[in-house]
Design a binder for this molecule. Sequence first.
Ligand SMILES: Cc1ncc(COP(=O)(O)O)c(C=O)c1O
Length: 402
Amino acid sequence: MKSPDNPSYSSPASGHAGRTKEVRPFQVMAILARAQALQASGRDIIHLEVGEPDFATPEPMVEAAVAAMKAGQTGYTPALGLPALREKLAQYYHSRFGVTVSAGRILLTPGASGALLLLSAARLEAGNELLLADPGYPCNRNFARVFEAHGKLIPAGAGQRYQLTPADIHQHWTAQTRAALVASPANPTGTLLSPPQLSALADAVRAENGGQPGSLWVDEIYQGLNYSAAPQTVLSVADDAVVLNSFSKFFGMTGWRLGWAVVPESWVPALDTLAQNLFLAPSTPAQYAALAAFGPDTMNILEARRAELAQRRSYLLQALPSLGFEVPVAPDGAFYIYADASRFTHDSLNFCTQVLEETGVAITPGVDFGDYQAGSHVRFAFTTRLERLQEAVARLQNWLSK
Ligand SMILES: Cc1ncc(COP(=O)(O)O)c(C=O)c1O
């Protein structure tokens, strides 16, 4: 590990801490910036790189936030969130998943990102390891890095649906490992872990860590955006798992910054103290909006959106292979398709840059999600209307046939 007493440590010339060099920017941000510059110069750009839905927050939620603000609810809430919202989430676990979780174990945070920051701060010491699937959401290893821990990327190919297996846990767990973080549905692949698979992962982690609770972390941020099976939670098979979740994706609140975690009861006081110090509290208007997330009006809107996403997914799943992109595993959830582009490239960043410049279609290179086969994969996000997806496919077809 790099540290001031390690000779390989070097502070960047800027005077910033060494970790700023190792936390790499997303390539997709460079693609997005270039796409925006092209757009500003008059080009018609189709955005298939963006990891947020193109729907605004449902009206009942916006109205609830506005009403609360007009009524003067603009101050801090408790650090772990409004008790009424923690209670509502507990009820949601019960009514939707048949799981009993006490509200006291549910913490509201600034996005799932805030939850991961709290968990990393509370659980990772310098030199510890966090096991992660490669490909996976790139920020995860950086959360570990800022606490001087190591996000250990484990190659997870199409044969294992891009997910960690119990064998991976047994093979890679060491005395330094504190947790394994998996996502279901996952980004960039959209694959799910079924309840039996989650249960087997929980068993593997327990066997490795001497039965301590809280060492399997499951990112359920895309929960609800499911196409092949009803949404699930790890809590229905492993009450000792940690859950990360968010109002960003299914509930359409990316910009409001509100997420949550479910943790073992004994962790709550330490996380409360950290949350008080790091955030003071999650956003108050966002929490009032979220209180209206579970009513039938909002749920009907969200289900209609899911149905629209399902249509877009079906369209791309049949169109991409006809262009020459293989889709080894169809996504069960989220709004991404992770495609094998090896017929065209082994340098996904260069390929995505060329596609953008020459066709005006923005997609994300595999290199953003890890190292394993990253040069030959790209991610398509179906976060734009069907007609735009059709236009993107027509442009790609034209370009690839040249
Ligand atoms: C897998 C995954 N986890 C966590 C996040 C963080 O989301 P937020 O902080 O908006 O809740 C994202 C965002 O794209 C994600 O894809």
